[in-house]
Design a protein around this ligand. Structure first.
Ligand code: MG
Length: 728
C-alpha cells in the first residue's frame, strides 16, 4: 500500500504553477485600486464632508451622523461599482489573526429590495463575538462586544473568486469600552506619543503640530508544498515540525540567502504581490532568506496603524494566494529545528507633519540637538522598560527563536553603531561649553555627527534593538505576531519618557537656564543613566550573557515568566498614566497570553502523542518485523553467526528507541494530566513549560533516530529534505 508520504511526494514533484500576470507593467496604475483612498473619497464625497473626513483621519475630529451617512453611501456606491455585494467590519481580536463577519448591502423593502449601507452600520456594529479571547472581561451572558470604525485606516475590497467584500477596519471593544483587540490600545499609544512628541518638538520648531510614528515591517516566511504539509499532522496543526531529522544539507553552504528565486516560488510572489498592491500595501522588496525554503518580503514604511493593518492583511493574502499555488505559507517562528527561524523586523521612526524624521541626524551640531533628544529619550525608555519590551515579544513560538543563536537574544539591549556610540560617550564626558560658536565643530559639547551611510549601521545582526541610520529596528518580534503588541509598548514607553524629559527640562529653564543648555544637561544625564542597555558586541555570545548579568539586565528565557512584566506595578502605573490600558485590561491580556501559551503546548503535546502512537511506532514495528523475518531466514540458511549480527543489532536498536519514545510519551501524558488540573493560569503555563515541554526533545531524539534507521519506503512523514527542497 502506498503511504500518504509517497503520494504527497509524487504530487509535489509534478506541480505546475498557475498562470500569473500583473495587471500592468506599471505598478502605479493599479496600486490601491481596491482601496477607498483619499482620491476616491474626494471623487465620491462632497467637499465639506471630504475635508471633515481628512481632518478626522489626521486629528481625530468626530464625525456626525449625517457625515457618516454620506461616507457610507459613497463607500457603497464605489464598492458596488467594483462588484461588491457585502461589507464587513474587519478587526484584530487577540487570537492574533483578523476577524470578519459579512453582511450584505441587500435589504428587502416594501416594493422589492434595495441595496443599503447606513452611516450607523459603518460607524458601529455589534458582532455576536462572545467566543473571542477576553481574559475575563466579558462573560458569555453579557457578551456584547462592539466594533467601531477606525477612519484613519481606509476601507478596502477583499476579492475572492466567488465574490467581493468591502472591509472596514475597526477597533473591537467590550460594552464597557475595554479593549478586546490589538488596535484600540495601539491607537491610544499613538495618541500619547503624538501629544508628548509634539510638546517636545515645540522646543525646536513651533510649526510642528503632529508627530506620527512610522513603521516598516519585514516579513519572513517559509513555503512548503501543500501535499507534503498535509501529510505532516504536526505542521498542519501546530505550524511547526515536531519531528524530523535535520536534512543532510540545510543552510550550511549559505547558498540560499539572496540566491536566485525558484520559478514556482517567484510566480507565487508575483501573484500575492499583485493582490497586496491592489490593496494599497506598498510592497517593495522580495528575496530568499537564510534557510532553505525561507523567504522575505518588505514594504515601504507607513504610518504605524496603517503599516500594522497592512501587515495583518498581507499575511491573510499570502495564505490565501499560497493555496492557488499548492503552497502552504508558514509564519511560525521556528517551523524546523536546526535551521533559522523567522522574524518580523519592525523599523520604527517618528515623523513630523512638517516632514522631518526625528530620528535622522541633522547636518550641524545645533540641529542635532533635536535628533539627540528623541534618540536618547528612546534609549532611556528602553532602558527603563526593557522587561516590558521583552514581554511584548513573548509567545510560545518566539521562545524557540529568542536566544537560539540565530535571532536576537532574550536580553534586551541596544546597538547604536560605533560612531553614535562614541558620540554619546563624548557628550557624556565633555563639559557643556556655553560659549561655543555654532559654526565650530563642537557646539555646546555636542560633536558633529557625520552623516551615516545606512550600510555602516546595520552590521550587528545579533542585537534585538538596533539603530540603523534614521530609525530603530526592533528585531525580536516573531514572524507570526501582530506587531501591535510590541509597538503599543514601544510608543507608550517613549511617549512617557518624553513627558518626563519635558518636565525636567522645564524645571531647569524655570531656574534660569538657557533652553539649549537645559536640554543638553538632561540628555547628558540620560546618557549616563541608560548606559547599561547599550551593547555593541556579539549578542549571541556566552560572554554577553555574563556581562549582561553583571550589568543587571534581565535574561528571561521563557514566556510565562517574561509576561510578569505586563502586570508589574511599574507597568500598570505607566499604562494608566498614559491612558493606554486600565489595570483590568492589562490583567485580561496577561491571562489571554498565558492561556495561549499553555494551550499551544497542550496541542503540540497531543499531536506528538498521536503521531508517535499511530504512525511512528507502527512504522518502526513493521520494519522490525521485516528484520526479524530476515534474521530468521539467515538463521535457517545456517550461514553462521556473523551474518546475523547486523539484523539483530538493528532489531535491538529499534526496540530501544521504541521503548524510549513510548515511555516518554506516556510520561508526558501523565505530566499533562497533572498540569491540566492546576487552576492558576500562570502556574499552569509554567507547568506546561517546565513539566510537559521537557519531554519534547527526548521524544524527538528517539523518533529522529528511528527515521534514520527505518526503511525510507515505509517512513510515514515527509522528511526535512523533502519539505525544504521540493519547491522548484
Ligand atoms: Mg530577514
Amino acid at each position: 500500500m502506498k503511504n500518504l508520504r509517497s503520494i504527497a511526494l509524487k504530487e509535489a514533484q509534478d506541480r505546475k504553477s498557475p498562470e500569473v500576470s500583473s495587471p500592468s507593467p506599471k505598478i502605479s496604475e493599479y496600486f490601491g485600486s481596491h482601496v477607498f483612498d483619499k482620491k476616491k473619497m474626494r471623487d465620491y464625497l462632497s467637499k465639506e464632508v471630504y475635508e471633515k473626513l481628512i481632518s478626522s483621519i489626521g486629528y481625530g475630529e468626530i464625525l456626525n451622523q449625517e457625515d457618516a451617512n454620506q461616507i457610507a453611501s459613497a463607500m457603497k456606491t464605489w464598492a458596488m461599482s467594483k462588484g461588491v455585494t457585502h461589507y464587513t467590519h474587519w478587526f484584530q481580536p487577540l487570537t492574533g489573526t483578523t476577524a470578519e463577519k459579512h453582511d450584505s448591502f441587500f435589504e428587502p423593502s416594501g416594493e422589492g429590495a434595495i441595496e443599503k449601507f447606513a452611516g450607523s452600520a459603518l460607524v458601529q456594529q455589534e458582532p455576536d463575538a462572545s467566543s473571542f479571547p477576553n481574559g475575563g472581561i466579558r462573560n458569555t451572558f453579557e457578551a456584547r462586544g462592539y466594533t467601531a470604525w477606525d477612519p484613519s485606516s481606509p476601507a478596502f475590497i477583499m476579492e475572492r473568486k466567488a465574490g467581493k467584500t468591502l472591509c472596514i477596519p475597526t477597533v473591537f471593544v467590550a460594552y464597557t469600552g475595554e479593549a478586546l483587540d490589538y488596535k484600540a490600545p495601539l491607537l491610544k499609544a499613538l495618541a500619547a506619543m503624538d501629544k508628548a512628541a509634539v510638546e517636545v518638538c515645540q522646543y525646536f520648531d513651533k510649526s510642528i503640530t503632529k508627530v506620527n510614528a512610522s513603521l516598516g515591517i519585514e516579513q519572513e516566511y517559509f513555503l512548503v508544498d501543500l501535499a507534503l504539509y498535509n501529510a505532516r499532522p504536526d505542521l498542519a496543526l501546530t505550524g511547526r515540525a515536531l519531528f524530523g531529522h535535520i536534512s543532510a544539507k540545510g543552510q550550511q553552504l549559505e547558498d540560499h540567502y539572496f540566491g536566485s528565486i525558484p520559478d514556482r516560488v517567484f510566480t507565487y510572489m508575483v501573484d500575492f504581490e499583485n493582490e497586496a498592491l491592489k490593496l494599497g500595501i506598498p510592497l517593495k522588496t522580495r528575496h530568499n532568506e537564510v534557510a532553505p525554503s525561507q523567504f522575505e518580503c518588505a514594504p515601504i514604511y507607513e504610518e504605524i496603524n496603517l503599516a500594522i493593518d497592512h501587515n495583518q492583511l498581507l499575511m491573510d493574502v499570502m495564505e490565501k494566494v499560497a493555496l492557488r499555488h499548492n503552497f502552504k505559507v508558514l509564519f511560525h517562528e521556528k517551523p524546523y529545528a536546526g535551521i533559522n527561524g523567522s522574524g518580523k523586523h519592525n523599523n520604527w521612526s517618528l515623523i513630523t507633519d512638517t516632514g522631518k524624521n526625528l530620528l535622522a541626524p541633522g547636518k550641524t551640531p545645533k540641529n542635532n540637538l533635536m535628533f539627540l533628544t528623541f534618540f536618547v529619550n528612546t534609549i532611556k525608555a528602553v532602558h527603563e522598560h526593557a522587561d516590558l519590551l521583552r514581554a511584548s515579544i513573548s509567545s510560545v513560538s518566539n521562545d524557540h527563536r529568542l536566544g537560539a543563536n540565530e535571532a536576537p537574544p532574550a536580553i534586551i539591549s541596544i546597538f547604536l553603531g560605533q560612531q553614535l556610540d562614541g558620540i554619546l560617550d563624548e557628550i557624556e564626558h565633555s563639559r557643556i561649553n556655553k560659549k561655543a560658536k555654532e559654526e565650530s565643530g563642537m557646539w555646546l559639547g555636542i560633536p558633529k555627527i557625520p552623516q551615516i551611510s545606512l550600510d555602516n549601521t546595520d552590521r550587528n545582526r545579533t542585537s534585538p534593538f538596533a539603530f540603523t541610520g534614521n530609525k530603530f529596528e526592533l528585531r525580536a518580534v516573531g514572524s507570526s505576531a501582530n506587531s501591535s503588541g510590541a509597538m503599543t509598548v514601544l510608543n507608550t514607553i517613549v511617549a512617557d519618557q518624553l513627558v518626563k524629559f519635558k518636565v525636567e527640562v522645564d524645571k531647569l529653564i524655570k531656574k534660569g537656564e538657557k533652553k539649549d543648555v537645559a536640554i543638553l544637561t538632561i540628555i547628558k544625564k540620560y546618557i549616563k543613566e541608560s548606559k547599561d542597555i547599550r551593547f555593541e558586541g556579539n549578542g549571541y555570545g556566552k560572554e554577553w550573557e555574563d556581562e549582561a548579568a553583571k550589568r543587571g539586565l534581565s535574561n528571561i528565557k521563557t514566556t510565562p515568566k517574561a509576561l510578569d512584566a505586563l502586570v508589574s506595578e511599574k507597568t500598570t502605573d505607566l499604562f494608566i498614566k498614559t491612558n493606554v490600558f486600565s489595570k483590568r485590561e492589562l490583567h485580561a491580556r496577561h491571562e489571554i497570553l498565558l492561556e495561549e501559551f499553555y494551550k499551544k503546548l497542550q496541542i503540540e503535546s497531543r499531536v506528538m502523542g498521536e503521531v508517535v502512537n499511530s504512525q511512528i511506532i507502527p512504522a518502526a514495528i513493521s520494519y522490525q518485523n521485516e528484520l526479524i523475518k530476515n534474521a530468521q531466514g539467515i538463521k535457517d540458511l545456517g550461514i553462521g553467526e556473523d551474518a546475523l549480527a547486523t539484523p539483530l543489532a538493528l532489531i535491538k536498536e529499534i526496540s530501544d528507541h521504541i521503548k524510549g519514545v513510548k515511555t516518554n510519551v506516556d510520561e508526558m501524558l501523565e505530566a499533562r494530566k497533572v498540569s491540566n488540573v492546576i487552576e492558576d493560569t500562570r502556574e499552569k503555563a509554567i507547568a506546561y513549560d517546565e513539566k510537559v515541554k521537557i519531554y519534547f526533545d527526548t521524544i524527538r531524539y528517539h523518533t529522529d533516530k528511528l527515521e534514520q534507521i527505518i526503511n525510507d519506503q515505509i517512513w510515514p512523514l515527509p522528511k526535512f529534505r523533502e519539505l525544504l527542497f521540493l519547491n522548484k
